[in-house]
Design a protein around this ligand. Structure first.
Ligand code: SF4
Ligand code: SF4
Length: 313
């Protein structure tokens, strides 16, 4: 199916009453609404700014709360596939509170946050059940950024949320810089002793001239000149304006969306299409990284790439 790529335009609101269901299949691993790209922190390594990405593009047009609710209500997700709310800092979105209160009750959400929000207001306005599900990790995942958010405040907020019934985890990145890495590991040890679910994530990308991470496709990250290929994602990722992209690099750059989340013709089959790309080399490390999928099979990547220009058999 070629979908709407020839004539991408903002769907007419008259079509909202005809929106069909989007039912991700077994190979679809992630559904995320990037509610806003705005963030109150300024991490120099922010992945949203990967290779020239800019928040300015994303601040121009945002879907309204009514539109996000419509979009969420189209989703028919498996029990093991939540709708992840992220950004930027998703709680800064004006739509966040209405979305988590008014979307259909069977929808479960995960939240990626820096946990600098007003915890009292969050507890008063956000339903706990929306963020509860059976998963080996916490549905509310907090990123700790040394020098940006304060770990003692995070731990205080963590316990207040947990006491209110939320499941929360804090994550620190094992940065290649020895001092930062040591700090993260010491912080993890301290947090674990306090009973805080603190986990670490590997650093992906370039640091001091070295590329960190295990990537399936050579030259896909930081490879210039860019090459053409065909690419297929396993994710449904939606930017603040509602555009749907084939990868995170496209989303963060605001380039080449292939659909709009409120387009009546969009269905889960559209995710499975291989699409032409001219930016092989600018791939986001998260999309190309080799990982274990939810069936515990190693070797999975978020995207599959074919027909890379200049590649020998
Ligand atoms: S908290 Fe996250 S979104 Fe905000 S600047 Fe840091 S890495 Fe970027
Ligand atoms: S090849 Fe890279 S830049 Fe192109 S769509 Fe795939 S992941 Fe994105």
């Amino acid at each position: 199916m070629s979908l709407i790529s020839e004539s991408l335009s903002w769907p007419d609101s008259s079509s909202h009453s005809t929106l069909g269901a989007i039912r991700p299949g077994e190979r679809h691993n992630y559904v995320a609404f990037f509610l806003t790209m705005a963030c109150n922190l300024h991490c120099y390594y922010c992945i949203n700014l990967h290779d020239g990405g800019s928040r300015k593009n994303m601040l121009k047009r945002q879907m309204t709360a009514d539109e996000w609710i419509l979009a969420a209500n189209r989703l028919e997700l498996r029990a093991d596939l939540p709708l992840t709310l992220q950004g930027g800092e998703p709680t800064l979105s004006n739509s966040f509170v209405r979305l988590v209160n008014e979307a259909k009750p069977e929808l479960r959400c995960d939240l990626m946050t820096n946990l600098t929000f007003d915890v009292d207001s969050f507890i008063a306005n956000v339903p706990v059940w929306r963020f509860l599900r059976d998963a080996p990790y916490a549905p509310i995942r907090v990123s700790y950024h040394p020098g940006q958010n304060d770990i003692d405040e995070l731990v205080g907020n963590y316990f207040r949320l947990v006491e209110a019934g939320f499941r929360v985890g804090i994550y620190g990145i094992l940065h290649p810089d020895e001092e930062i890495r040591r700090h993260i590991l010491e912080t993890q040890e301290r947090c674990l002793k306090l009973g805080v679910d603190f986990r670490t994530k590997e650093f992906l990308g370039e640091w001091n001239g070295t590329l960190y991470g295990e990537f399936k496709y050579p030259g896909a990250v930081l490879g210039k000149p860019f090459r053409s290929c065909r690419c297929r994602t396993s994710e449904l990722i939606v930017d603040p304006a509602g555009w749907v992209y084939k990868c995170h690099a496209d989303l963060f750059q605001g380039r080449d969306p292939f659909a709009h989340i409120l387009d009546p013709d969009l269905d889960a089959d559209a995710i499975d299409e291989f699409r032409a790309c001219s930016f092989y080399g600018d791939c986001n490390p998260c999309d190309i990284k080799v990982k274990t999928n939810r069936f515990q099979q190693f070797g999975h990547t978020t995207v599959d790439v074919l027909d890379i220009e200049g590649e020998r058999e």
